[in-house]
Design a protein around this ligand. Sequence first.
Ligand SMILES: C[S@@+](CC[C@H](N)C(=O)[O-])C[C@H]1O[C@@H](n2cnc3c(N)ncnc32)[C@H](O)[C@@H]1O
Length: 279
Amino acid sequence: MSGFAPEWLDLREGADHRSRNRRLERALAKHFDGWRPITVVDLGCGTGSNLRASAPLLGPEQHWTLVDHDQALLDAAAQRLAAWADGADRQGGTLALFKGPKRIDVEFRRADLARDLEDALGANANLVTASALFDLVSAGFIARFAAAIAARKSAFYTVLTYDGDQRWMPEHEADAALLAAFHAHQRRDKGFGPSAGPDAPDALSDAFAAVGYSVQQGDSAWRLGAGDGALIAELTAGFAAAAGETPQIDAPTVAAWRAVDRTAAVVGHADTLALPLGV
Ligand SMILES: C[S@@+](CC[C@H](N)C(=O)[O-])C[C@H]1O[C@@H](n2cnc3c(N)ncnc32)[C@H](O)[C@@H]1O
């Protein structure tokens, strides 16, 4: 399973949804209480997981634009969202979803955020959101991004940004070496300049505070155990592969680390809610 394959995003979706920070979810819902309609842009949407988790927090009439640079993921998102909804209707380029009492209109936009951020954001979304995206981008992109959001007076909510914490059960003598190599890999350029990696949550908080937003951060670590065997196995393979691509660690150490059968893991994430003052 590679990169951002739909199967990988499917595998992590349950853990992602249950790990989201509930305090920030409540704060988001409170901020938008009574808004009808609400316009939302979801950046790096993958197969639409963020919409499936966030739409229940928002009002009865929602207009979402889902943005990704991968057309196959946008197609998978349309298919999975239609299956998730109680009813779905294609109207030209818009997918109308009916979920309980809510009507959610969804448009799909293929764009490279590193090059076309302004276009991807559009003119005036009430909320710009993302899930599991911001550790891929650079500190410079985060600063530019915060300025672009502030210029629109949009609210910003992002979840599941990797924060550098990793613990594996059972422990292994090479855990620290693997983590250091994994972080070196994380900081490589993923299309946005050198990635912020585990520094991304703090970079987001600092950038949004600097543009005058009220910022809240909350823990959203994956706490994986019984029932998460497939995800733990896939994570172990992914971390080992990434670490093994760096010169920091030798192949026998990676192989020995990978060979352990793990029963539990913690992978640290943070959620961030940044709200414009007076809106
Ligand atoms: C870790 S996945 C998260 C997907 C989804 N938000 C979720 O939570 O399941 C990161 C997503 O960002 C997208 N992405 C990465 N770089 C991008 C870029 N330069 N422009 C647009 N999308 C990008 C990937 O295609 C992928 O869908």
